[in-house]
Design a protein around this ligand. Structure first.
Ligand code: ZN
Length: 467
């Protein structure tokens, strides 16, 4: 029996692992690899796994780096069953359709540019089309949390709440062979303890092997209360100066966290009913999905609902659909808060809003998410004086503030607490760290050693762990 780590090994992108029992092959996650274009393209088309050899696929959550290559798996001949939680199934519909549309728009853009410049490259093909997404959606089988079900002759699966994003799951596999059984657990991305909106990550009974994420293996997050106060003060000060607050935000989870934070700041009277625009059609659709899965919410959020309010609807919130309305907001000089995508300012309406305020010293860009290298968001974060937006260089006058308390991932204290909780329950065997940069993983390995775990590895891509 072995696990092969295909993606998100010593990196945070392209999550994909195979649990091979000798009888059955189970794929856990099938994420898009995001990096330099040529390399990503090669990895995402071939997937580094034989799609026809997989019997069952299970998805931990809807984020694109965990789910975005599933349509390719089907295109490459995967014929097995496919499981995810009910909320993940609901989120995948808008998420993957959006991914297919972005790929098509990107391919069209490159092909047009090549044609215009007489570049004789072969035409770029999108990874998949919306029809591929539809086939995938038809084949998805929703599984409830907390019910152990057989998924192959020798494997059963129970999903527990990972508290990371809506519908996120910890996969607890039991493999039976020769009268004995092994418990193999994949954490998926793990949420923070005591974070708003979702319930805390649930502890599995035991794990002979725990495949654990390690994104923030070397970091401690700011407390949530401080983050709320920072956000309130930032909005208050900026609006008093008659500036705008632009919050570029990922469509799944982060945008809802920001909306939720403003809603609770209004509820306690810390913020008045300021004008807020949610300018991202995908975010609007995903927020509607949240409303249909209240079973995933924590007590505090349920309390907001019982007051008869949506927990993601601050007073004076306006949802922006049309491009014309979006343009009118960016051209208007009225102070307001704008939440828009994309989260790293690579594309989308957020870039237009940034261009409108980049030379305005009264306004602020609030960075609430991870900013990858070579993105406009990263250059803002680095406080660069000059910024190129749509090919035009601007001298930046807008202020840039990072609110680092917003995170959907466990920090090193949460990760350690999780491992300890499993050990104190019915036992923890070996640990394999995935979904982390080597530096974060090394720090976590050392911490685990201090706490008495010696059998911790951080596998390289394609490495196999036999057990
Ligand atoms: Zn995630």
């Amino acid at each position: 029996m072995h696990i092969q780590f295909i993606g998100a090994a010593r990196t945070v992108t392209g999550s994909m692992h195979v649990l091979d029992t000798g009888k059955s092959r189970v794929l856990i996650d099938c994420g898009l690899f995001q990096g330099r274009r040529a390399e990503s393209n090669e990895v995402n088309r071939k997937l580094r796994v034989d799609a026809q050899s997989i019997d069952v696929a299970v998805l931990t959550h809807a984020h694109i780096d965990h789910s975005g290559a599933l349509p390719v798996l089907i295109r490459n001949g995967f014929r097995g069953r496919l499981f995810a939680t009910e909320a993940t199934c609901s989120l995948l519909d808008p998420m993957l359709r959006d991914a297919a549309r972005i790929q098509k728009a990107d391919a069209d853009f490159i092909n047009r540019r090549n044609a215009r410049h007489g570049i004789d490259d072969p035409p770029v093909e999108p990874l998949y089309a919306e029809e591929d997404v539809e086939e995938l959606l038809n084949r998805l089988e929703p599984l409830p949390y907390h019910r152990r079900v057989p998924i192959a002759d020798d494997v059963t699966l129970e999903l527990l709440d990972a508290g990371h994003v809506l519908g996120s799951a910890i996969c607890d596999f039991e493999v039976k062979s020769n009268g004995s059984s092994k418990r193999v657990v994949f954490s998926g991305d793990l949420g923070r303890r005591n974070a708003p909106i979702l319930i805390d990550p649930e502890t599995v009974e035991r794990a002979d092997v725990l495949v654990l994420e390690s994104t923030y293996g070397n970091r401690v997050h700011e407390p949530i209360q401080e983050m709320d106060e920072q956000l309130a003060k930032l909005i208050e000060d900026t609006l008093a100066r008659r500036g705008k607050v632009l919050i570029p935000s990922f469509a799944l989870e982060r945008a809802q966290e920001v909306l939720h934070a403003i809603t609770r700041l209004q509820k306690t009277g810390r913020l008045p009913a300021i004008p807020i625009f949610l300018d991202s059609p995908l975010t609007v659709r995903l927020t509607q999905v949240f409303g249909r899965h209240k079973d995933c919410f924590d007590e505090e959020t349920m309390g907001l609902i019982q007051d008869g309010r949506s927990p993601f609807e601050p007073r004076n919130l306006r949802l922006v659909e049309s491009v014309e309305d979006s343009r009118a907001i960016s051209e208007s000089a009225n102070p307001c808060v704008v939440i828009s995508a994309s989260g790293m300012l690579e594309a989308g309406r957020a870039v237009h809003h940034l261009r409108a305020i980049v030379e305005d010293p009264r306004s602020v860009v609030a960075i609430v998410g991870f900013q990858a290298q070579h993105t406009l968001g990263r250059r803002l974060l680095e406080q660069r004086q000059f910024l190129k937006i749509f090919g035009v260089e601007y001298r930046r006058e807008v202020r840039v503030v990072q609110l680092s308390g917003f995170s959907a991932h466990a920090d090193c204290n949460d990760l350690s607490a999780y491992a300890n909780a499993v050990r104190d329950n019915k036992g923890l065997g070996r640990v394999a760290l995935v979904h982390g940069e080597p530096e974060a993983q090394q720090a976590l390995i050392e911490r685990f050693r201090h706490e008495g775990y010696d059998d911790v590895i951080n596998p390289v891509p394609l490495q196999k762990l036999e057990f």
